[in-house]
Design a protein around this ligand. Structure first.
Ligand code: ATP
Length: 193
């Protein structure tokens, strides 16, 4: 699965429709402080379903919509679209639109869908639900300075194994509880005999 392009419109500092060509192995985004470099990464996170206000650097859902400046009118909606090329060369367009004070709408090839449908596209391509990893500025030094245990956790999260470990732990707890219940049942049977 290869990224081809990203289109943002009315998203954070991007008032007008702006298209980024991502069809390269290494992409560098340069610009002065506050010019919107991180907003590009935020757009990708948002499109792929990021729910955390902290990660998105917003305190309200409406904060993703271009708020206007002295010279530019505020937008009523935010839209982000990405085009991918699948391994079989199929072109897949995914999009998300949010109208102020409304709910998020997701699209695959212009047809409305759920966020899960979008995640399924990527998991069907054999790359797992967590099909992307975004390492932000602070995380680089965090990774370099992390202890072996913290590093292990980062790798688990990035490889999406963490979810299975939690499921395994929950199942083990359930087994333990069931075995306690069985013991209790045996006690009761013993008493009534
Ligand atoms: P740095 O190099 O300092 O990390 P950056 O280039 O990554 O900066 P961003 O954090 O992407 O910059 O962009 C910050 C800018 O985006 C700020 O000027 C902020 O006002 C603007 N911004 C964020 N949300 C909105 C919004 N909803 N409407 C308009 N502008 C917004």
């Amino acid at each position: 699965m290869k990224m081809l392009s990203l289109e943002v419109e009315g998203f954070k500092s991007f008032a007008k429709k702006t298209i980024f060509n991502l069809d390269k192995n290494i992409i560098a985004i340069v610009g002065p402080n506050g010019s919107g470099k991180s907003n590009i990464v935020d757009a990708i996170r948002w499109l792929l379903g990021e729910q955390s206000g902290k990660q998105m650097r917003i305190s309200d859902s409406n904060d993703v919509v271009f708020a206007g400046t002295d010279t530019k009118k505020a937008s009523n909606y935010a839209k982000v679209e990405m085009i991918f090329e699948a391994d079989n060369k199929e072109i897949i367009k995914i999009a998300k639109k949010y109208e102020k004070n409304s709910s998020n709408k997701y699209y695959i090839n212009n047809k409305i869908c759920t966020l899960k449908d979008i995640h399924d596209i990527f998991s069907n391509k054999g790359v797992g639900k967590q099909f992307y990893s975004i390492i932000s500025q602070g995380q680089v030094s965090e990774i370099v300075n992390s202890s072996p245990e913290q590093l292990r956790q980062i790798i688990l999260d990035a490889s999406d194994i963490g979810e299975y470990i939690t499921k395994k732990e929950n199942t083990l707890k359930l087994l333990e509880k069931t075995s306690e219940n069985l013991e209790r049942l045996e006690d009761l049977l013993f008493v009534t005999e």
